[in-house]
Design a protein around this ligand. Structure first.
Ligand SMILES: Cc1cc2nc3c(=O)[nH]c(=O)nc-3n(C[C@H](O)[C@H](O)[C@H](O)COP(=O)(O)OP(=O)(O)OC[C@H]3O[C@@H](n4cnc5c(N)ncnc54)[C@H](O)[C@@H]3O)c2cc1C
Length: 429
């Protein structure tokens, strides 16, 4: 009998399988789609450098993924986004942050950081908290772009208690000097980490039955039995009932799933025949419909001129609802205003453009999971094992590290592997 069946070959599933197999356990991963990586997906064809369609950055100077990059013999491309942010207004192009905007952003960031120690009588939304600190509607819009959209969440709903929990649990460290891309692409890391693992692609698990003598998972017509099972799929997939559990999941788990939210996350990516922006640009943002922009080729000498807009939550839902060409048009107009290059010139210089919508991925269903105000119990409850050897990992379960990240997902995989190994040990002594 297998020691563990793992559902999903994303960051969490691969990390869990690696740990278990390296400690002598027999493991198999079932992956619904035709590739590994989940929300890590590098396209090696579209540009002349590895282009990230999903996760792009390593966040934090001590993120565990940095250590893995070193072990894999891969290379980091540092990028300072936060410290080099250019902030604009949809009506006015930007070349640098003006003094007023700078003061506003620094003030918002200070209040955001103060959440760590703020005395809040109840869990309130980030918007509620910032308004209680005296910020007006226009400042809230700036915070929405820079703080809430980063969390793939509407600012009026995002839980301050969960943000505070993350700040206290954070051990990945500083962002300003701690962000990097992987030179060879994020997928290269998981190709390396998954070497020698038994991964079955195109194998969606449809049910998980817990029996006294093991766990049986169903994949198509086949049944596979293991001592333990680690579920790593997204909360959107779990909430959609794509996997049937028998016996049913506990009430606490179902309450957590009902509380958690996964909003759309979409990238608009443009490749130009010439560079229309200063090569030193790393991050630009404004309050327009397509608000946050960065430069995927930053630090790669002579690479294709590619710029990407990353949109989440309500704005992403709007863009996902349009025809792809209309969404790309809207993004191009936004870029034209931001960098003060006439729209017609940008259109003439465009060599390719694409939209990548993660809500449309049937086995993912959105960007990453956020906690609405009043539901701060949900991450630890989702992570809690169920009786009979059923364990849970994946970014949404990262209550003791950074959720919504690759390194957080990896750490949840390691945590679930440890729990599964202890469970097996206790039954084989
Ligand atoms: C657009 C975007 C940008 C991001 N940017 C960053 C970033 O810059 N830095 C960062 O650290 N993080 C970023 N993230 C977040 C990061 O990608 C995720 O937190 C992390 O990759 C999640 O890994 P996971 O293993 O928890 O889940 P997933 O990657 O979702 O893995 C779960 C796997 O389960 C599979 N699956 C689903 N259902 C079944 C089933 N029934 N049977 C079998 N398999 C199934 C799925 O196909 C998937 O492969 C970004 C995410 C997105 C979407």
């Amino acid at each position: 009998m297998l020691d563990a069946v793992i559902i999903g070959a994303g960051a969490a599933g691969i990390a869990a399988a690696r740990r278990l197999q390296d400690s002598g356990r027999q493991v198999c991963i079932f992956e619904a789609s035709s590739r590994i990586g989940g929300r890590v997906q590098t396209d090696l064809q579209w540009a002349d450098f590895p282009l990230e369609l999903g996760a792009e950055f390593i966040h934090g100077e001590k993120a565990v993924t940095r250590m893995l990059v070193m072990q894999a013999g891969l290379h980091l491309l540092p990028v300072n986004r936060g410290g080099k942010l250019l902030w604009g207004d949809p009506a006015r192009p930007i070349t640098k942050i003006d003094r007023v905007e700078r003061k506003l952003i620094l003030g918002l960031l200070a209040d955001y950081t103060n959440l760590k120690t703020a005395q809040l009588p109840t869990d309130i939304s980030l918007k509620g908290y910032l308004m209680s600190r005296g910020w007006d509607q226009s400042a809230i819009q700036t915070a929405d772009v820079l703080l809430a959209q980063t969390c793939c969440a509407p600012i009026a709903s995002l839980s301050c208690e969960d943000l505070r929990r993350e700040m206290l649990a954070d051990h990945a460290g500083g962002l300003v000097h701690g962000e990097a891309r992987i030179l060879e692409g994020y997928s290269a890391l998981f190709n390396w980490l998954s070497t020698g693992l038994d991964i079955r692609l195109n194998s969606p698990v449809s049910s998980v039955h817990r029996h006294p003598d093991g766990i049986m998972v169903t994949v198509g017509q086949e049944a596979h039995v293991a001592r333990t099972c680690i579920v790593t799929v997204s909360t959107a997939v779990l909430s959609a009932g794509k996997i049937a559990f028998a016996p049913a999941l506990s009430d606490a788990k179902l309450a957590a799933l009902a509380a958690l939210r996964m909003e759309p996350a979409t990238k608009l990516i443009y490749k130009f025949k010439e560079l229309f922006w200063n090569p030193a640009v790393t991050y630009m943002a404004h309050r327009g419909h397509a608000p946050r922009w960065w430069t995927p080729a930053y630090g790669r000498q002579g690479a294709d001129a590619v710029i990407a807009c990353y949109i989440t939550a309500d704005s992403a839902r709007k863009l996902d609802g349009m025809e792809e060409s209309a969404a790309l048009d809207l993004g191009l107009s936004s870029l034209s205003a931001l960098i003060a290059v006439p729209r017609a010139r940008l259109s003439a210089g465009l060599s390719a453009a694409r939209r990548v919508s993660w809500a449309d991925q049937p086995w993912i269903g959105g960007g990453y999971t956020y906690v609405p105000a009043g539901s701060a119990f949900a991450r630890p409850a989702l992570a809690e094992p169920e009786d009979g050897g059923l364990f849970f990992a994946g970014e949404a379960t990262a209550y003791d590290t950074n959720p919504q990240t690759v390194h957080g997902a990896v750490e949840t995989g390691w945590r679930a592997a440890k729990e599964a190994a202890a469970y097996i040990r206790a039954r084989t002594l």
